[in-house]
Design a protein around this ligand. Structure first.
Ligand SMILES: Cc1cc2nc3c(=O)[nH]c(=O)nc-3n(C[C@H](O)[C@H](O)[C@H](O)COP(=O)(O)OP(=O)(O)OC[C@H]3O[C@@H](n4cnc5c(N)ncnc54)[C@H](O)[C@@H]3O)c2cc1C
Length: 446
């Protein structure tokens, strides 16, 4: 037990999207709120590192410009410094470039991959039914679903690519249910997609400013060491910061550290076996992100989808949209790849080599003018998503079995909100804050 003691309505462990969105909403509603972040910088997997004047993401690059994340910024008066991608994407397949049709219909692209109009129309009908009538089972993969209508390799590669990018898992593994529910859920928020002009950390700094404007506090280099639980109720947390240990008493404890760490911080004796099993079964996903720099653009549109490659999924020429990501006159590009299967095992060196080989084979200007600045493999403790939406996966609720102890973030995204990182995390914050508001008023502890 720490020597010093402080009291808050809510303490938030971790300053990722879920944590800062929760804290900003609570502070805005008058709750005395503290955020503790173990690292020297805020944002977790929505942050930015600077190297040689270029901005390297720790996570979020593609920012949803509508929906729940955006609405939280508006509610709390935080600056949303994001520029939309207004240029349609292109598709690279079998060394050919295919343009996105200009009719605004998401599925008209399918006719560019397959000349059998009857087959395409049957597939469209099946997709429409899954979206508007009833999503398929969580036990079925999207590939199984597609095979009911088509075996066309180009079409399959199109869906595979979209799944791998937005769901971090290919069509052969992704839950068909999550795929369809997300299209009416969190994926809709990516209309349009944008890039943060100064990197994603600027969004997290804007939330921090909004928290502090309402007398909330955000402490960095302050690690949560123990969640205090008595008689099945969370009472606060012991933190260790620059000035040693402090006991924070709080009515609500919100953990953004992920369900596994939440259980470890509170002690597993406070959780029932079913919950512990759900948490144990969580499967983090792996993606490789390569940052390339150049003196000139390497491709003419910001979003290039690369189909039928060994590993490469997309090539984002982010500084074509957000010039603040690179020094003046320079360009920065982020490319993504995923392994053939999220269930592993992988050879990370091999995965990175396949990614780079794909860049060389598919982007002639990468060979001539590109220079690799950074390679990152995101998995394990720093995954791309905390709980991969493979067929049969479990959603974990935001409320834990311990009263007044909540989780927020991508480990506890709602059904239909799994697949897309930031909007799913923001939604967990909304859900938790609504619950807190229904249960107690600011200052009720004292
Ligand atoms: C490379 C990569 C690219 C991605 N691209 C996109 C994208 O383009 N668009 C998108 O929407 N999503 C993207 N995602 C997913 C998205 O980044 C994550 O889903 C989201 O940022 C997770 O946020 P979170 O709320 O779960 O918190 P996290 O980002 O996981 O933050 C948790 C925080 O808690 C802190 N913490 C942990 N333990 C403690 C402790 N004991 N005490 C105090 N603090 C603690 C950590 O330091 C961290 O800051 C990407 C992810 C990665 C890795």
């Amino acid at each position: 037990m720490g020597q010093k003691q402080e009291k808050y309505d809510a303490v938030v462990l971790g300053s990722g999207i879920g944590g800062l969105c929760s804290a900003a909403l609570l502070a805005n509603k008058g709750y005395k709120t503290l955020v503790v972040e173990k690292l020297p910088i805020i944002g977790g997997r929505c942050s930015t590192l600077k190297y040689k004047g270029f901005k390297i993401p720790t996570g979020v690059v593609a920012v949803p410009m509508s929906g729940v994340l955006r609405s939280i910024f508006d509610d709390v008066g935080a600056n949303f410094d994001v520029s939309p991608i207004t240029v349609p994407p292109k598709y690279l397949i079998d060394k050919r470039i295919i343009d996105e049709p200009s009719d605004g219909q998401p599925l008209s692209i399918l006719s560019r991959f397959c000349s059998d109009e009857k087959e395409v129309s049957m597939l469209k009908r099946g997709i429409e039914k899954a979206g508007t009538w009833n999503a398929p089972s969580n036990e079925t993969t999207l590939l199984d679903f597609l095979h009911q209508y088509t075996g066309n390799k180009n079409i399959i590669s199109y869906f595979n690519n979209k799944c791998d990018i937005f769901f971090t898992v290919g069509a052969h593994e992704v839950s068909a249910r999550e795929y369809f529910l997300s299209h009416t859920g969190s994926l809709k928020d990516f209309q349009p997609i944008g890039f943060a002009n100064q990197g994603s950390i600027s969004l997290m700094k804007a939330l921090k400013k909004a928290i502090e404007a309402k007398q909330g506090r955000v402490l960095t280099q302050c690690r949560a060491k123990k969640i205090l639980v008595r008689n099945g109720i969370a009472e606060g947390v012991v933190v260790e910061g620059k000035n040693g240990e402090t006991t924070i008493l709080a009515t609500a404890v919100i953990s953004n550290t992920g369900p596994k760490k939440t259980v470890a911080l509170a002690g597993k004796e406070h959780f029932d076996r079913g919950y512990l099993k759900q948490v144990r079964n969580m499967m983090p996903s792996l993606q490789m992100w390569v940052t390339t720099i150049s003196d000139r653009p390497l491709f003419d549109v910001p979003f290039l989808f690369t189909l039928k490659t060994r590993r490469l999924l997309t090539f984002l020429s982010a500084s074509l949209i957000s010039t603040g990501l690179a020094p003046e006159g320079k360009y920065v590009h982020y490319s993504i790849s995923g392994p053939a299967t999220q269930t592993g095992p992988w050879n990370l060196k091999n995965e990175v080599n396949l990614h780079i080989q794909d860049l060389k084979d598919n982007l002639p200007d990468f060979n001539k003018y590109g220079e690799i600045l950074h390679v990152g493999c995101y998995w394990g403790e720093l995954p791309t998503y905390s709980n991969t939406p493979i067929a049969g996966f479990n959603n974990i609720p935001q409320k834990t079995p311990v009263e007044n102890l909540y989780n927020v973030g991508d480990g506890v995204a709602k059904e239909g909100g799994f697949s897309c990182g930031s909007p799913g995390c923001a939604l967990t914050a909304r859900i938790v804050v609504e619950d807190i508001e229904n249960r107690f008023k600011p200052g009720q502890l004292f």
